[in-house]
Design a protein around this ligand. Structure first.
Ligand code: SF4
Length: 221
């Protein structure tokens, strides 16, 4: 049932949203993912932070440092000041330094290309790993952040409490042909239409498939 439903959702969303490589993606335009290392750092810094602030922090940082060694050469205070636009900048300063040291000690300064090795890096969690595997290393794992988690739960495709559980479920349910771009369609829908506080259900192209919509607009009448 959920498998059939998710296929219909992907069909509709894929007609509505461009994939990042085709649209005016802010990350691409600002070179936030022009190397594997910059991609990794940008994704780490993006946790709990609006894209505009991530771009500000990354632009400031990459003006000064674009390699693990260059980041380690910055003092903690300098690094914190550069990434101050992002949430939890003190913790991220610490994690970023530790992660850069791990890259130098264990991977010759390169970003490792396996899920297991990425997850061993300080400050790199499941979402970050799945994004790297999909966008940088040719995999097709669907990364789940708060937007993707919210959309899938409202639709009733999953019933989960954490992003990690949603990632397990949606990667299991999604047919291979949709996996590569599923994250891109779902995140755009979550950021533009199925927004956190008040979803724009009247504008939503998947409302006919949505449990939340049915409950809010029919069951209550
Ligand atoms: S109908 Fe509303 S709750 Fe359901 S996916 Fe669309 S915007 Fe989100």
């Amino acid at each position: 049932m959920a498998k059939k439903k998710i296929e219909k959702v992907y069909e509709k969303l894929s007609n509505e949203y461009e994939i990042f490589a085709e649209n005016d993606n802010e990350w691409e335009k600002n070179g936030l993912n022009s190397t594997d290392f910059k991609s990794l750092v940008s994704v780490m810094l993006s946790t709990m932070t609006h894209t505009k602030r991530v771009i500000r922090a990354c632009n400031a940082l990459y003006d000064k440092a674009t390699t693990p060694k260059e980041i380690l050469d910055l003092s903690d205070d300098e690094l914190t000041e550069l990434i101050k636009p992002v949430a939890h900048y003190n913790r991220k300063t610490k994690h970023l330094k530790e992660m850069c040291q791990q890259l130098i000690d264990n991977h010759n300064g390169e970003v490792p290309r396996t899920e297991k090795e990425l997850l061993e890096l300080q400050g790199v969690g499941r979402k970050c790993t799945d994004i790297m595997m999909n966008f940088n290393f040719g995999g097709d794992t669907i990364a789940v952040d708060t937007h993707v988690h919210r959309v899938l739960n409202r639709l009733g495709i999953v019933e989960t409490k954490s992003n990690e559980d949603t990632a397990d479920e949606i990667n299991r349910l999604t047919p291979k042909k949709y996996k590569k771009h599923a994250h891109e369609w779902l995140i755009q829908h979550g950021m533009n239409i199925c927004i956190s506080r008040k979803p724009k259900c009247e504008e939503c192209i998947v409302s006919s498939l949505c449990d939340y919509y049915e409950k809010e607009f029919y069951t209550k009448q």
